[in-house]
Design a protein around this ligand. Structure first.
Ligand code: DAH
Length: 340
């Protein structure tokens, strides 16, 4: 009897219970009416009278030990179940996934597109690696024009007839070649120039090109379209001013400034202390360009414009250094969370 008790006690120390089934098997083996401990109580009557007090104590201790183990493991299992139920409490409010923010350049590009969409301009796109014809020749750049110089343009080493487009005006050449007037289109995209990076310039930036070709399109149409754009973009009080300029592909040509809303016209380093910020170039499409691209210049006229998205974003969000748009600093980008 003593050996039996001793060996059962050892067993209890070694027993491993890892599942509800094992716990039940354990209960049956040790604690049930037909279990090993009950068996010991059955044998108790055969124990010599003088040993009964001591052996009785051992059997009781063994019973308590077995019961404690059962209770402890059962408790552990039911705690675990509680926790897994809590994990799946579907009534708890959800943790919203972090969605990130739209980049300010994307926001402004979308806004420009929406403004022109409202007056019937549709989007056209063209390649970033573009041939000389669409970037320069079709647009009336003479062969010796400085824009073709290594200083300004990134050439493709294997075939210098291809360049990274220096402006999105290349897309207007493609549109005119492939469509018949009336044409009313805008072309957003990335452009590339071999420029030193500073607070006001970068070697990669974004433009939106506009083109309108039909019968009797005039400079007055151009001016009114751009005034509409500036006031939609910056508010009804925004003023514009057109300064005579020169581009090979437009005649006459102009540059458009909007009143600077960073300094309110007083002058700051972004507007170079003039109160105005240049945001686009524009003009009437040069008849040579129409002809180069297969449009009848006797019957059609048109206007074109091209604007820098970074410039407009700087004005709109009062950003004083253009480099912020390219550095991916989350402290900057997180300020646009929730903007659409
Ligand atoms: N392509 C010019 C630039 O990159 C911008 C421009 C000026 C586009 C006049 C035009 C335009 O369509 O008519 O600076």
């Amino acid at each position: 009897m003593k050996e039996k008790i001793e060996s059962l006690r050892k067993h209890l120390h070694e027993v491993k219970i890892e599942s509800a089934e094992q716990l039940e098997a354990y209960r049956l083996e040790y604690l049930s009416k037909k279990g090993k401990i009950q068996e010991l109580f059955g044998e108790f009557k055969n124990v010599a009278a003088e040993e009964k007090p001591l052996v009785g104590q051992w059997v009781n201790q063994l019973k308590n030990q077995a019961q404690e183990l059962f209770d402890r493991v059962k408790d552990e299992f039911s705690n675990q179940n509680d926790q897994s139920e809590k994990k799946e409490d579907l009534s708890r409010p959800a943790f919203l996934p972090y969605q990130g923010a739209r980049h300010p350049i994307s926001l402004v590009r979308k806004e420009i597109i929406d403004i022109f969409n409202r007056i019937g301009f549709v989007i056209s796109e063209g390649p970033e690696v573009e041939d000389d014809f669409h970037v320069f020749t079709a647009l009336n750049f003479p062969p010796e024009h400085p824009a073709r110089d290594m200083q300004d343009t990134f050439f493709i080493e294997k075939n210098p007839d291809f360049v990274l487009r220096t402006h999105t005006s290349s897309v207007q050449a493609r549109v005119m070649q492939s469509q018949k007037p009336p044409i009313r289109t805008i072309s957003p995209g990335r452009v590339f120039r071999n420029e030193a990076i500073s607070a006001r310039a970068h070697c990669i930036f974004h433009q939106v090109e506009g083109l309108y070709i039909d019968k009797n399109v005039s400079f007055a149409d151009l001016k009114q379209t751009l005034l509409y754009f500036a006031q939609e973009m910056f508010g009804k009080d925004t003023q514009i001013r057109l300064r005579p300029s020169y581009f090979p592909f437009t005649e006459p040509s102009a540059e458009m400034d909007v009143s600077c809303n960073i300094c309110g016209g007083k002058g700051c380093n972004v507007c170079k202390y003039t109160g105005w910020l240049e945001i686009l170039g524009c003009g009437m499409v040069d008849p040579n360009v129409l002809t180069n691209c297969g449009i009848d210049a006797e019957n059609y006229t048109g206007f074109a414009f091209g604007m820098g998205v970074e410039r407009i974003a700087m004005l709109k969000y009062q950003v004083k250094d253009l480099r912020l748009f390219f550095e991916n600093d989350k402290r900057f980008l997180n300020q646009f969370i929730g903007a659409y």
